[in-house]
Design a binder for this molecule. Structure first.
Ligand code: NAP
Length: 659
């Protein structure tokens, strides 16, 4: 679990809130001031002798060394004066800014003698006002959640913070068919999830005895579910058995039982136990209704007074997820997301929009509902434990976005730069879908996106400013929103040119571009900037000629292409020939020796085209280099920072991502 970090001015109650939170949540507490005192003695004396600058330097060292989880970190009031501290704290967990008005601060700290002055020549109240004026914008940048403490008891503040903390739990359902294998799976889930769901309808001939045996292995909070067939259950379990199991769950103080909405006897369990919460659930397996309808159904379920409402729908379009995000607004007893591949983003972004639980699976391929993302991806790739209301959302817009490797590059790059950002696939099936999606993208303040086939042109009408390069290429592969203005760029050409330049200079080089599609356009644009002499060859000569005319370069026919190769220094394949699954195909079979040969196909990394080139002792450039360099350029646009090539490469050449 992520740490809880408390920041704020002196007298906003950080230390006492930390203590009470620690008790309530059973978490350890560390205080940066206490660590300082243990190392360097009394802070007032230290500041008098050495000054604030030296204090801040050492404080930064202390914060930089913090390595803990599940802990409450009580920070000194001025930690936010260092940008390094802000970045580090954001990386460590959820940052809460405890705020108080000047009057309240004065009343709380005026009697305390042991606080060194922060400014010179100021009276007590002027000092507070002066320092707050400077620090408030920094507290705002540093924090994920702001808590106003005026007129609130410590208990109330602690409750408010607890409501935010890990609001979204990750639950893994057990979908085994017998007690033995269920117990084995539970042992694995105990280690990685917040909650286990026992889908007892999967167990053959389930009864109370079997339930008890399974329950013995559970070491974390548990949801007991006997799903009925109409709501996705596997077998019909007799009502009397279901009731016996739920009663047994209550006797054993199981944390949750899940009963389907509409079950006549559900009310017998609602409010019956202080230890066991009742989830009243409803699944729509065909669609996601509109918001009005969703709210009506939520109200109907909620009217039964369950502890938690679970309302799951099916996404037929990426835009259905946004209906669920709207449904979640201002509700604190709701589990809601969409099933299906197209609903994946509602599962990943559950912590941003406040679904109490999101469901994941072990890496075994066994899922209890379509669209479940496995736990490794949830934790390692999407960093779901760090997603919160302030997380900036990026993604890839494409018809087959789910197959894109870009998430493996961009998420580690955000991590490396300690940014509160997440990169997810936006699977968009039509131009109409794209139009609606861009409205949602804007209204939900998503930050940026990569754009891929087939929307690099269609995206343009949704943007306010297109940079000149993208205009000239006629396609946008990168968008960013800056203060509500949407910009479009093209980084494909940078990727290709940078990749070639790792082995050769392009100035006045004779370059043969095989193919005349979208990627060829971007590459030709880049080659022109580098003053190469360009020739295009394409299966459909007319297309090559058209492109050549537009960019004032040469076009040749593909006939007898092998015989024409020796006149070129560099040969680039921009066609999709040789791409998985057609890995035995190559557009060129025999190369002349010692040429520079690049293939932009990256699946597989070593294409037949490159293997043939290698046989002729050519210098080869694999397709993932273009992909990585264009992604690095995207990161620069989105974050202003350039990630390490190695970090991106490591993610993309991981063989498991290329199966
Ligand atoms: P595109 O616009 O559809 O163009 C495809 C090109 O391939 C056309 O010139 C087409 O010729 C040619 N082609 C297709 N099948 C062929 C065949 N059997 N024989 C001969 N030529 C054939 O696609 P694109 O966006 O340019 O992408 C092309 C490839 O580059 C894809 O494999 C894509 O994954 C890859 N790519 C890689 C990167 C990277 O970063 N490494 C970036 C972008 C694209 P016709 O005009 O005759 O149809």
């Amino acid at each position: 679990m992520a740490n809880i970090i408390l920041i704020g001015y002196r007298g906003t109650g950080k230390s006492v809130v930390a203590k009470e939170l620690g008790k309530k949540l059973h978490r350890n507490i560390i205080s940066t001031d206490t660590i300082f005192i243990e190392k360097y003695g009394d802070i007032s004396k230290f500041v008098n002798n050495n000054g604030w600058e030296e204090f801040r330097k050492l404080e930064e060292e202390i914060i930089n060394k913090i390595k803990c989880r599940d802990t409450i970190i009580d920070c000194g009031g001025g930690v936010i004066e260092s940008k390094t501290n802000i970045n580090k704290l954001k990386q460590l967990g959820d940052v809460f800014w405890l705020k108080a008005s000047v009057d309240v601060i004065v009343s709380r700290i005026q009697d305390c003698q042991n606080r060194p002055a922060l400014t010179s020549n100021n009276d007590f109240i002027t000092e507070i006002k002066t320092v707050l004026k400077k620090r408030n914008p920094l507290y705002s940048i540093a924090s994920d959640i702001e808590i106003i403490t005026d007129n609130k008891s410590i208990k109330e503040i602690v409750k408010e913070i607890s409501n935010f903390i890990n609001k979204t739990k990750i639950c893994i359902p057990i979908v085994e068919t017998n007690v033995h294998s269920a117990k084995e799976e539970i042992l694995k889930v105990n280690e990685v999830a917040d909650i286990i769901e026992l889908r007892l309808d999967y167990i053959e001939d389930i009864d109370v005895l079997k339930f008890k045996q399974i329950l013995e292995s559970v070491k974390i909070p548990v949801i007991v579910t006997c799903r009925i067939k109409e709501q996705g259950g596997t077998v019909d379990i007799d009502d009397s058995v279901r009731k016996q199991i739920f009663n047994c769950a209550l006797e054993n103080k199981c944390e949750y039982i899940d009963i389907e909405y509409g079950t006549k006897w559900a009310k017998e369990f609602i409010g019956k136990s202080e230890d066991t919460k009742v989830i009243l659930s409803f699944h729509n397996f065909s669609e996601t209704p509109n918001l009005l309808e969703l709210n009506k159904i939520y109200d109907m379920i909620n009217a039964q007074n369950p502890d938690i409402v679970k309302f799951i729908t099916t996404a037929n379009s990426i835009n259905d997820n946004f209906e669920i995000f709207r449904l979640l607004e201002n509700k604190n007893n709701l589990i809601s997301f969409c099933m299906n591949q197209k609903g994946e983003i509602s599962r990943i972004l559950a912590p941003k929009y406040g679904s109490l639980i999101t469901y994941s699976s072990l890496n075994t391929g066994k899922v209890s509902a379509p669209g479940q993302v496995n736990i490794e991806e949830m934790l390692e790739l999407y960093n779901i434990q760090n997603i919160n209301t302030k997380t900036n959302i990026f993604g890839i817009i494409g018809e087959f976005a789910e197959n894109s490797k870009s998430k493996y590059m961009h998420n580690p790059a955000f991590d490396e730069n300690q940014l509160n950002a997440c990169f997810i696939p936006f699977k968009i099936s039509s131009v109409d879908d794209l139009d609606k999606f861009m409205n949602n993208f804007k209204s939900h303040n998503f930050k940026g996106a990569a754009v891929t086939i087939p929307y690099k042109i269609d995206i343009i009408k949704h943007l306010n400013i297109i940079d000149n390069t993208a205009k000239r290429i006629g396609a946008v592969n990168t968008i960013i929103s800056t203060e509500g203005v949407f910009y479009g760029y093209n980084t494909d050409y940078i990727g290709a040119i940078t990749a070639i330049q790792t082995v050769a200079d392009l100035f006045l080089k004779k370059v043969l571009v095989l193919g005349a599609g979208g990627a060829a356009r971007a590459i030709i644009y880049g080659l022109i900037l580098e003053k190469s002499e360009i020739t295009i060859a394409n299966r459909t000569f007319k297309t090559a000629q058209k492109l050549a005319d537009e960019f004032h370069v040469n076009a040749i026919k593909m006939d007898n292409i092998n015989e024409k190769l020796s006149q070129f220094d560099i040969i680039i394949n921009t066609t999709s020939v040789g791409m998985y699954p057609n890995i035995d195909k190559s557009i060129i079979n025999t190369f002349p020796p010692n040429k520079i040969v690049m293939d932009i196909v990256y699946k597989p990394l070593m294409t037949k085209f490159l293997k043939n080139a290698k046989k002729a002792n050519c210098t080869i450039i694999t397709g993932e280099k273009m992909l990585i360099y264009q992604a690095i350029a995207q990161q620069k646009i989105w974050t202003g920072k350039e990630p390490d090539y190695e970090i991106m490469e490591q993610a993309i050449v991981n063989p498991t991502h290329f199966q």
